[in-house]
Design a protein around this ligand. Structure first.
Ligand code: MF3
Ligand code: CO
Ligand code: CO
Length: 273
């Protein structure tokens, strides 16, 4: 029954923890390589090799024909950017989206990176990334047994709208586990879809895409890359989450070794945590 949301057993949750932690490690590795002059193909190569070395498969590769092992979405690319030979330029912003398939389970996460230092990044992009990060944290704090999945969207929309940003409607978060994308759908805007209630053992993603200008996307002829219609910048973060008896666990959460970004230090929502 498609409207029934699968509950993972403790053994399955352990495997989700492992695939989530691996996706995080690979994301950190790729993020450390972001520098002016580096191509997104070089990032893809790092992701591909690190996944295989860990005994995992990079889930995006050949997923509905996707040609690479991760998505690299630069500046105005909303999502599903295909790694290529273009070099990253000082002051650009990039989302790297990593999914690892390890021991039968997928772990999916993404994060923003600035090419160069904070000071190289235009203030408007800093504000965009900070707002995207903060709305995402706020929405994750809502996660607990008994809450409605549909209510995640309004939290995100209500956070970004007064700050002058828009939230993309054409892509959503998703249930995840043995299957990359499954029910429930997680909308990042106010909605009234009957998408069920959270319960311990559910695993799903929240991955809002927030825009400086229009939230309308333009699909490129490569049939994957989606940019904003006005060419303004957009940002995204993603975690794979587990609903626990008393709240939420980020299965792709940061590790002791993970670098801390400026928006994490300056977050209004999680002050310095
Ligand atoms: N990782 C993306 C998500 O968050 C999906 C990428 S599908 C691909 O759901 F084919 F583009 F890789
Ligand atoms: Co996802
Ligand atoms: Co993803």
């Amino acid at each position: 029954l498609p409207w029934v949301i699968g509950v993972k057993t403790p053994a399955e949750i352990e495997k989700m923890r492992a695939s989530g932690a691996l996706a995080r490690k690979v994301l950190d590795l790729a993020g450390r390589a972001v520098k002016p002059g580096v191509t997104t193909n070089e990032l893809d190569e790092i992701v591909h090799q690190a996944s295989l070395e860990a005994g995992a498969y990079p889930s995006p590769l050949n997923y509905h024909g996707f040609p690479k092992s991760c998505c690299t979405s630069v500046n105005e690319v909303i999502c599903h950017g295909i790694p290529d030979d273009r070099t990253l330029q000082l002051g650009e912003i990039i989302n790297i989206d990593i999914t690892c398939y390890l021991d039968g389970f997928h772990g999916d996460c993404s994060e923003m990176f600035v090419v160069g230092d904070v000071s190289d990044c235009p203030p408007s992009s800093r504000d965009l990334i900070q707002t995207t990060y903060d709305c995402w944290l706020q929405s994750m704090e809502f996660v607990a047994p008994g809450r409605d999945y549909k209510d995640i969207g309004a939290i995100i929309e209500d956070y970004v709208t007064p700050r002058g940003f828009t939230t993309v409607k054409n892509f959503c978060g998703h249930g995840i586990g043995r299957v990359f994308h499954t029910n429930p759908n997680i909308y990042h805007y106010r909605n009234n879809e009957p998408n069920g209630q959270m319960a311990p053992g559910h695993t799903f993603t929240i991955e809002p895409m927030i825009c400086e200008g229009t939230n309308k996307g333009l699909l490129w002829p490569d049939e994957w890359t989606v940019t904003t219609q006005d060419g303004k910048r957009t940002a995204q973060f993603e975690h794979t989450l587990l609903v626990t008896p008393d709240g939420v666990e980020a299965l792709t959460g940061k590790l002791e070794s993970s670098p801390l970004q400026f928006w994490e230090k300056e977050s209004e929502v999680h002050k310095g945590v």
